[in-house]
Design a protein around this ligand. Structure first.
Ligand SMILES: C[S@@+](CC[C@H](N)C(=O)[O-])C[C@H]1O[C@@H](n2cnc3c(N)ncnc32)[C@H](O)[C@@H]1O
Length: 200
């Protein structure tokens, strides 16, 4: 089953499982967005829009997701936000180079089959000096985590990967620098990471 198909069926129940447990981490991550000005902000893998309540209204948002059913649910959120919704692939973004100031990658980098492509695409569409706000679950380098690696074999096909090591993905993306890296949930399995793209 493709991720697009499985998230079509997950869409109606997604919020029941994820809304409460992740809201604090989302708030914390998105508090890094300035409260003034008008930035171009990409939400890659925007899903049902659980981030939307924490977005400052001053910016212009592009919410991209592979799954129409997830994006359709997001229509209930967002209120007066200036937002364009796009159905597309976060590993092959349909946007020009250097079009965004910020890319929000919440629970997407460890979902897609090729996280290095997803990160490279986010870097490509960011302006020099732009930032990536990351919230996801990562293994540490050398961490055994047999249970998660075992489960990954099945779950990666329909929900998420459980074996992604952030540092290994970052190594594939030149020109990106980690600004901060904090534990968020589940004893640091989930992390909030802020990344900056080098100036040209
Ligand atoms: C775990 S959900 C996260 C949704 C949202 N970012 C959040 O934090 O709640 C993963 C989302 O990624 C989307 N997705 C999966 N593969 C994708 C891809 N290649 N490009 C863009 N979105 C994708 C799914 O449709 C789903 O909405």
């Amino acid at each position: 089953m493709s991720l697009k198909t499985s998230y079509h069926f997950i869409a109606p129940v997604y919020d029941v499982f994820l809304e409460r447990s992740t809201s604090q981490a989302r708030r914390h991550s998105l508090a890094r967005l300035p409260q003034q000005g008008c930035l171009q902000v990409l939400l890659n893998g925007a899903g049902t829009g659980l981030d939307f309540p924490f977005l400052p209204p001053c910016h212009e948002y592009t919410a991209l997701d592979l799954t129409g059913a997830m994006l359709a649910r997001s229509l209930d959120r967002g209120g007066d936000l200036k937002m364009t919704r796009v159905q597309g692939d976060g590993m092959r973004l349909p946007f020009a180079d250097e079009s965004f100031d910020v890319a929000v990658l919440h629970l997407i980098l460890a979902v897609v089959p090729r996280p290095e492509l997803c990160l490279a695409e986010a870097a490509r569409v960011l302006k020099p000096g732009g930032r990536i706000l990351l919230f996801d679950k990562f293994l540490r380098r050398g961490q055994q985590a047999w249970m998660r690696r075992g489960l990954n074999f099945f779950i990666k096909h329909f929900a998420t990967r459980l074996d992604v090591v952030f540092e290994e993905v970052l190594e594939t993306a030149p020109g990106l620098r980690v600004v901060s890296d904090e534990p968020a949930l589940a004893n640091g399995w989930f992390r909030l990471i802020e990344i900056q793209k080098d100036m040209a």
